[in-house]
Design a protein around this ligand. Structure first.
Ligand SMILES: [Zn+2]
Length: 341
């Protein structure tokens, strides 16, 4: 297991009061320090190559982002560059690509890229939702270029990863599964968005009503996410690890606990051991309450870090997972033609 991290993540500045603040990098750095003190391996990321990014972004778009170097520019109402952003975003994408390459080399089976800016909203031609380069998509494209036949991306960030979905919409070799609050930003991710053309069925959207908690996520993992992953049988599992479904997050209305993120991560690790030779790479996305972010990152790291996989420890709950049940029923109605669920 290896952590990929650059303290330079802090250099991407956002306007005062912006939730995707440099303080998030401080929290990431503290979690990395604890990992390091316990003897964990940490490496600095490579700078993503344009050839790697051009698999998921247009050259015109890449030029436009590189062209913001040295300048502060508003690319959409939420998404701002600072003079350093062009460079730091290349490190974030590079970290995600490094993570997948480390796990494919074989010596290490698990990697965790701690990055900012996040990536899953970035589309082929467009920056949005605090994202510039689609880090996890670039990692998936790298895995395909390295010869992996099937790549699965699980996105438990509370927002739908519109960018990741669109980039692989018609591609049957990349499975995209998202659990997200719906309706919410960015508005996409309805259950009937299942992919297009040859990719039909390889997009799995699990939209949840506000207020969903650990028990709802647990139900969706056991009834939908894990069965589909086993049937898809990926060569590597990538995780868009956003922690903004946390009960204390200021941008969304879910009630997931820090332990819940640990349990989801542990479940994904186990399924990777079943069907992907244990190969799993996590890439951070959102998570905007700094305390909750630190706790959730630590819980995910504890699930993925140890040599021996821990049992998923879902917090005890006696609540009926009513929101999860409604989402599972809606998903079955649309997806049962593609998957045994
Ligand atoms: Zn998010």
């Amino acid at each position: 297991m290896i952590v990929i991290w650059s303290p330079r993540s802090e250099e991407h500045q956002t306007p005062p009061g912006h939730p995707e603040s440099p303080a998030r990098a401080k929290v990431m750095g503290e979690v990395v320090e604890v990992w390091k003190r316990r003897g964990g391996e940490v490496r600095a990321p490579s700078v993503a190559a344009l050839t790697q990014l051009a698999r998921v972004h247009s050259l015109e778009y890449l030029d436009s982002i590189i062209g913001t170097a040295g300048r502060s520019v508003a690319l959409d109402p939420d998404t701002y560059t600072s003079p350093e952003t062009a460079e730091i975003a290349l490190l974030a994408a590079g970290a995600a690509i490094d993570a997948v390459n480390y796990v494919l080399e074989g010596e290490r089976r698990r990697a965790f890229a701690f990055v900012r800016p996040p990536g899953h909203h970035a589309e082929r031609h467009r920056a949005m939702g605090f994202c510039f380069y689609n880090n996890v998509a670039a990692a998936a494209a790298e895995a395909r270029a390295q010869g992996v036949e099937r790549v699965a991306i699980i996105d438990y960030d509370v927002h739908h990863g519109n960018g990741t979905q669109y980039l692989f919409d018609d591609d049957p070799t990349v499975l995209y599964i998202s659990l997200h609050q719906f309706p919410a930003y960015p508005g996409t991710g309805a259950v009937d968005e299942v992919g297009t053309g040859p990719g039909t069925g390889s997009t799995v959207n699990l939209p949840l009503e506000p207020g969903a908690a650990d028990e709802d996520y647990r139900l969706l993992f056991s009834e939908i996410v894990l069965p589909i992953l086993r049937q898809f049988d990926p060569g590597v599992l990538l995780v868009s690890a956003g922690f903004d479904a946390h009960a204390h997050d200021p941008l969304a209305d879910m009630r997931v606990s820090s332990e819940g993120f640990g349990a989801m991560t542990a479940e994904l690790r186990l399924v990777a051991e079943e069907c992907a030779d244990g190969r799993v790479a996590l890439v951070t996305e959102g998570g905007y309450n700094l305390h909750a972010l630190g706790e959730s990152l630590t819980a995910a790291l504890e699930a993925i870090g140890p040599e021996r996989a821990p049992e998923p420890r879902w917090p005890r709950s006696s609540a009926t997972p009513a929101r999860g049940q409604r989402t599972a029923a809606a998903a079955r109605a649309v997806l049962a033609q593609f998957w045994q669920i």
